[in-house]
Write a protein that binds this ligand. Structure first.
Ligand SMILES: C[S@@+](CC[C@H](N)C(=O)[O-])C[C@H]1O[C@@H](n2cnc3c(N)ncnc32)[C@H](O)[C@@H]1O
Length: 462
């Protein structure tokens, strides 16, 4: 086929008019110019833009928006004053209904393209009732600003430069005053701030957490080592903020992109906050995983419970169980629920959470799912009926999927925040005796490109 592109125009620096008609998975607007695809940041489907072509490949390229010639009806004014700089959100200028549409088609197309599914039993995406002020956890890197001030915020897109924030519209409102106060106090204490290029300085990150349903908050400083008068400051914060139940210190001396180090100490108050999740008391520590959108997580876990409709005699394995967010509601409805998780603090917390809720039919094992799954399922006194998978973004190791096929539970629930790895893994399971019966996307991360999804599989009957 001959290219329709006039090659003399497909040049870096060339200025073109471009109609945007889609959104890419990474959040860019997608337009078609002659027979090539052009990606543009800060673009909304329906916009007509004047764009300068920047990086070009034979079949596609990237452009920089110079001006909006005609705005899309789905273009809205961002609530956030740093929306055009901050790398935290990509879709503040996109109407929420359009964000939901894009996320649903992200899931659908991953399952078709990567998973090879011809028909996808997908349900309409569950939108968030409140697409703002939903984040119950934030972790900000810190840097020195003008006049010795302290900057805290997400990185500017594509860089490691901090975009300073005093409030963030997607974080829970009660975290805003804590952020402002913490920055002031860090400045007043004169603590040295960590410089990641030089691997010098002490204070690396400020981590804040809030319980959606109890209002309790937790403040954690991540440092490479000693901070003078940190105890005095922790006591002061605790006495000044009535929502604060703990001030903690996490030690991370390594040269790494990972935020948290292995050691976490409580300086004042306690090491955890308490959340009420679907009526269960859950203790959550600074470093243990918990879904960032409590309300949406409750909705999706409720859907899992409803769809599984357990009778009370089942054995369930919850792989990648964290602090038991899924294991405990499952244990309330099954004969026995076993959780597997490799983060030791989360396992300890899951056991405590089970005890706190009087759930004696649970067991939690610390270790990698790939190492423990087969052994643990073989130890059960009755066959495993249901396995729940909720892995990190990279999905399951192939060995986990092969083991799962060998164990052969009647039903598998796979929850995921990455449609691509989900589709890859479902393809393997569905090529080995399982059928995909339902796909339910849900928006846990409004204003961003991310999407959560739960899928249900059943063993095919031959
Ligand atoms: C997406 S979170 C899900 C946690 C939990 N299901 C929840 O909803 O809160 C994934 C969890 O898997 C754990 N994890 C990651 N890789 C693992 C592995 N190979 N084996 C066991 N656990 C793992 C992480 O520590 C994290 O707690």
């Amino acid at each position: 086929m001959t290219s329709l592109v006039d090659k003399s125009l497909w040049q870096q620096g060339q200025v073109i008019d471009l109609k945007i008609d889609d959104l890419s998975n990474s959040g860019d607007g997608v337009g078609r110019w002659q027979d090539r695809v052009v990606f543009v940041t800060d673009a909304v489907p329906g916009d007509t833009l004047q764009v300068r072509l920047t990086r070009l490949k034979p079949a596609y390229g990237y452009g920089k928006k110079l001006q909006i010639l005609e705005p899309s009806p789905d273009r809205i004014r961002p609530v956030c004053i740093v929306a055009d700089k901050c790398g935290g959100c990509q879709w503040q200028a996109v109407a929420y209904s359009k964000q939901l549409q894009a996320k649903e088609s992200q899931v659908q197309s991953a399952l078709e393209r990567i998973g090879g599914f011809e028909t996808v039993p997908i349900r309409p995406i569950l939108g968030a009732p409140n697409p703002l002020a939903y984040r119950n956890k934030v972790t900000y890197p810190l840097a020195r600003g003008p006049g010795g001030t302290v900057k805290a915020g997400y990185y500017r897109r594509g860089t490691h430069q901090i975009v300073n924030l005093n409030q963030c519209p997607i974080q829970h409102e009660s975290l805003n005053p804590l952020l402002v106060d913490a920055k002031e106090a860090i400045k007043a204490q004169g603590w040295s701030l960590y410089n990641e290029q030089k691997h010098q300085g002490r204070l690396r990150n400020l981590a804040l957490r809030v319980s959606q349903n109890t209002g309790q908050t937790l403040l954690t400083l991540v440092t490479t080592g000693y901070l003078p008068n940190v105890q005095g400051q922790a006591d002061q914060w605790l006495s000044e903020h009535s929502s604060l139940v703990g001030v903690c210190l996490n030690i991370n001396p390594e040269r790494t992109n990972k935020v948290f180090g292995e050691e976490t100490r409580c300086l004042a108050g306690r090491l955890y906050l308490e959340e009420i999740f679907l009526g269960l008391r859950l203790r959550i520590q600074p470093t243990t995983f918990f879904q960032v959108n409590t309300a949406q997580a409750e909705t999706l876990v409720s859907l899992v419970l409803e769809h599984l409709n357990l009778k009370g005699n089942e054995t369930v394995i919850d792989a990648y169980c964290g602090i038991g967010t899924l294991s405990l509601p499952l244990a309330q409805r099954a004969a026995h629920c076993v959780g597997i998780e490799f983060h030791p603090e989360s396992v300890a917390q899951a056991r405590q959470n089970a005890a706190l809720n009087g759930l004696k039919n649970t067991e939690f094992f610390a270790g990698a799912v790939e190492k423990l799954l087969l052994e643990i399922s073989a130890q059960q006194s009755s066959p495993v009926d249901v396995v729940v998978l909720d892995p990190p973004r990279k999905g399951c190791d192939r060995i986990v999927l092969e083991t799962l096929v060998e164990i052969g539970p009647n039903r598998i629930v796979y929850m995921s925040c990455n449609p691509s790895t989900l589709a890859r893994d479902l393809k393997i399971l569905c090529s080995n005796g399982y059928g995909l019966t339902m796909v339910q996307p849900a928006d846990f991360f409004p204003q961003t490109t991310h999407v959560e999804c739960v899928t249900f599989l059943e063993k095919a009957i031959f």
